[in-house]
Design a protein. Sequence first.
Length: 403
Amino acid sequence: MTCVSEDVGQRRAAGRATVSRLADAVRRDVGAAGRAARAAWRAPGRERDLVVQSLKAAAAALLAWLVARVWLGDPMALMAPWVALVLVQATVYSSLVQGTRQFAAICVGALVASGAQAVTDDTTGALALCLPVLMLLSNWPRFGDQGIHAATTAVFTVASGTVSAAAVGHRLGQAALGAVIGVAVNALVLPPIHLRDVRENLAALAREAGDVLHAVAGDLREGEWDAQTTADRLAASARLRVRLDALRSARGWSRESLRLTSGALRALHRAPTEAVPPEDEDQRLAHVTGHVAALTRTLAVAADEDRTPAPPDPVALRRYGQLLGLIGDTCHAQAHRLKEGGPAASARPDGRAEAAMRELHRELRFGLREHAGRDTGRTAVLGTLLLQAENLWADLLPDARGT
């Protein structure tokens, strides 16, 4: 009896834990939705862009329905709003490309379904004949991700029971109408132009690189560089590569969003459309990311007692940490400049900070010469660290001159 009671109690406890987890998940989702809604209301951003695109898609579908059902008097005005809805894409160029692919898939689906219905003269037989062929054909790369519409069009065509040439032409005309309306709404009503994401990702990459450098600098100044700290910093530098991939993706979206959008169309977009930072900035920060990763790997090797290289003495590491802290400050200044769109000169450190960087650099180079006379292993590690700091300095301040 006791075992049964314990089992019932465990099940109840497990049930309460499951309910608690579900409630926490719901609260998190509701909170995220609330934050997104507030962000969309307060200022332009990804959240507001998503709201605009969603409302545009709904408006395009409604307009296509009104034209086909009310104005043209079509009693089965289904195809037009359906096509218009899915063609309000993230860019005008993708709307046009996807519209072409979708219309081609719809044409193929309608024609193959009509042929299957004519051959079998039976709804089930027509579906059994055409769907396997169309599902295989939907994987054709020319259709992209629109190939599935060939099969869905075939289902609509066969299920409606009308396969005459006039009926097929009618469906194709409805699809063309929906495509024209969807592309037109996307191009003429606040055309999507993705310039903000490039600037935000550039600024975030510079800011996060500065955060990693500050964290490493703090560890070195306090003498807390061990295996666990090494793992944390390596993970942080790996996240920089993820951010770099996001930047490259945003740059691709930016290029695509400017295709087929003339100056007049861009004027219809109310969000800020100032020029994005040049692509040279991407390359420069990619180099910075690589240097930060190399720096953390070098320190990881030095912290591993089973590896041959030995870490420099604590005094040299503290000086190096101070230098990294100043370089991290420069990264943060670059992030602010990229975010606000200021001139390059605004991200330079002030005279005192730059003088401190140069002095620390001189001291580290002098220490390198001292290490060379005592321990080649320590010299190799300090030399590699110093080289990475010089590389970071050169990429962040390309017009700076070392001593």
